[in-house]
Design a binder for this molecule. Structure first.
Ligand SMILES: NC(=O)C1=CN([C@@H]2O[C@H](COP(=O)(O)OP(=O)(O)OC[C@H]3O[C@@H](n4cnc5c(N)ncnc54)[C@H](OP(=O)(O)O)[C@@H]3O)[C@@H](O)[C@H]2O)C=CC1
Ligand SMILES: O=C(O)C1=N[C@H](C(=O)O)C[C@H](O)C1
Length: 252
């Protein structure tokens, strides 16, 4: 195989909403070729048998760690679209990769370029506002809440607030119905809406004396995720170890 040969890509979760789009995108792109479609019940050995250079995981939060571990153990670069890899799981992957890894694991909470930009804009805005909350809205067949994107956004907003020396956001609530203030991720409240008709949407709300700022992103179609997914497939092999987010790939 020379450097100009197409990248062999295995798609895990190939029959799913995202997986079927990914199969189509990989088939359409001139520099990638579909090596394998892995569905529930298929053996992961199919990944090694197929000779795939890159595996794209679009399955379920319950199985993603097992899949990534298998890829790392077999030297297959992994692009992880599935939500559910938290810090503890990422540490497991890092230790499996070892000190001087050859294999890349690129974990992308959201492949949509607009969503990546919106997270960066939120990170920039965070230090200027005393209040910050996130409202994410998704289709009702989504397994996880809050979304991986919201969790990542809360993480970067919280880090920026900490670096700026901001304390807790003002909140006088002392009596509340369970869940009324959403989930709290590193001190940032996150509210999850599940509703027919939606695909994937997020607002990051900031407030300070006399003004608010809202950063909103909408994916109306899963095709919005495909350019970023293909960028990740092309880049993962040149980024050994664990990378989170598409920022570096986009040059942000
Ligand atoms: N990073 C990003 O930009 C995006 C990420 N996502 C994430 O991708 C994941 C998939 O989303 P979506 O496509 O909507 O979900 P779907 O339920 O439509 O698709 C998941 C597919 O994976 C299959 N699957 C489940 N477990 C396994 C397994 N162990 N091995 C092989 N296949 C398996 C499912 O099979 P079965 O139906 O039999 O269970 C299904 O076909 C979610 O975590 C979602 O949050 C989604 C959109 C964008
Ligand atoms: O399940 C989805 O649909 C999506 N999942 C990802 C997430 O959890 O953030 C990305 C996007 O929001 C769509």
């Amino acid at each position: 195989m020379n450097d100009h040969s197409p990248i062999g890509v295995a798609v895990l979760g190939a029959r799913g909403r995202m997986g079927s789009e990914a199969v189509h995108a990989v088939n359409q792109a001139p520099d990638t070729e579909l090596a394998a479609e892995i569905n529930r019940g298929d053996s992961l050995e199919e990944l090694t048998r197929s000779g795939a250079r890159v595996a794209v995981d679009l399955t379920h939060p319950d199985s993603v760690l097992e899949h990534v571990t298998f890829c790392v153990d077999n030297g297959i670069h992994a692009v992880v679209g599935t939500s559910g890899l938290g810090e503890a799981e990422l540490d497991t992957v890092r230790s499996r990769l070892g000190e001087d890894p050859d294999t890349g694991v690129l974990v992308v909470p959201n492949f949509a370029v607009g969503a990546v930009l919106s997270m960066r804009f939120a990170e920039i805005a965070a230090k200027f506002f005393e209040s910050a909350e996130i409202v994410e809205q998704h289709h009702p067949r989504k397994a996880d809440a809050p979304s991986g994107t919201a969790a990542r956004t809360a993480h970067v907003v919280s880090r920026a607030r900490d670096e700026a020396g901001l304390g807790s956001a003002p909140d006088a609530t002392t009596k509340e119905l369970d869940g009324a203030r959403g989930a709290e991720i590193n001190g940032v409240h996150v509210h999850s809406v599940r509703m027919s008709g939606l695909v994937a949407h997020q607002e990051v709300l900031f407030g300070t004396e006399g003004e608010t700022l809202t950063i909103r992103h909408d994916s109306y179609d899963r095709r919005s995720f495909m350019p970023g997914m293909l960028m990740a497939v092309r880049e993962v092999g040149s980024r050994p170890g664990v990378t989170v987010g598409l920022d570096a790939v986009l040059g942000l």
